[in-house]
Design a protein around this ligand. Sequence first.
Ligand code: PMP
Length: 394
Amino acid sequence: MLASAAASSDALQRLSTEGAFAVLARARELEAQGRKLVHLEVGEPDFDTPEHIKRAGIAAIEANHTHYTPSAGIAELRDAVAVYAARFRGLEQISRDEVVVSPGLKVLIWNVMAALLNPGDEVIYADPAYQSYSNGAAYLQARAVPVRLSERKGFGIDLDDLAEKISDRTKLLILNFPHNPTGGILTREDLERIAELAVKHDVIVVSDEIYCRNVYDDAFLSIASIPGMRERSVILDGFSKAYAMTGWRLAYGVMPTSIARNVSLMNNNTFSCTATFVQHAGIAALQGPDEPIQAMVEEFRRRREAMVSGLNSLPGVTCVMPKGAFYAFPNVSQITEDDKKLAAFLLEEANVAAIGGSCFGEVGRGHMRFSYANSLENINIAIERMREALPRFA
Ligand code: PMP
């Protein structure tokens, strides 16, 4: 038998598993033993994919759209993305050559980073953040420079920290607003200041906008719509969250054509192309009725209220109101700084699955991430289970 260390590359040893998937694995073990858990760990809408999208996928299979496609995606979907993304974000015309399609956004983040970063290049991303950015940087041996999010600002970027850390050595700035794991967003003033810094230091901004449809108070604003930013922005978006299509695996990026060509080369060398009938379903998602998506957002809004007021009613827990995505990121530091221990306790003792905030970076310590992509009933059950169990946490 091979020794496991001998069987893995050095680069692989720099990778970690996304926190949500690690907690989910333990949760499934407990469920196999007959436990009834409430799942607040995974960032996955519990709604069914809207009917018109499912129909389009089935029709595409029946029409034999089941063969390879170009690595950047089929022309019809890229055109549909170009029209939709320009309208939704208030951008000038987007051309098909600026659009790249992929099987989910995670791999497109990876391919964009791999297409742009050399070992030693500096890449700035938020702390806390979705783990793909730090994993990508670690794998590629880029120099990771996390910038703090400010809880006081509702988890917007600490602009002083950014101004201090961004420099002519910075190659990429990765943004993700609405934000996983905190639900924070950026204001127009924030975006303008970030744009100013990006232009000054000639930085490419990768903007992961996968939660752009999940905003509850203010309209979504893309950094690409700030003057001077379109030509240095890589907009990333996906179908998983907005259309409840996590299992279909479909996402897209809009980027300058020179970058799009290089990312397509990465696509060609990793997954060849995205499932053809899934791409056809994506056209239906972008061009079909918007009401099913708005209905999901309305339901998320109700759940957000229940989750945040429930968390704030727990002794020792304080939670700012998230403005986007479908996560609450309460501060539990009055109970413990060891959020991973608290997450393990809640899973084992309260049958509530959630994630320790430090899985997303050091600044997340003393916090937890709760996804409210679950029913109101289950959210309320989880709050009551935690109320009962927390006094026993030691
Ligand atoms: N970016 C962010 C910020 C996410 O939260 C996720 C999913 N949790 C993704 C990208 C990837 O989504 P997918 O691969 O399903 O498109």
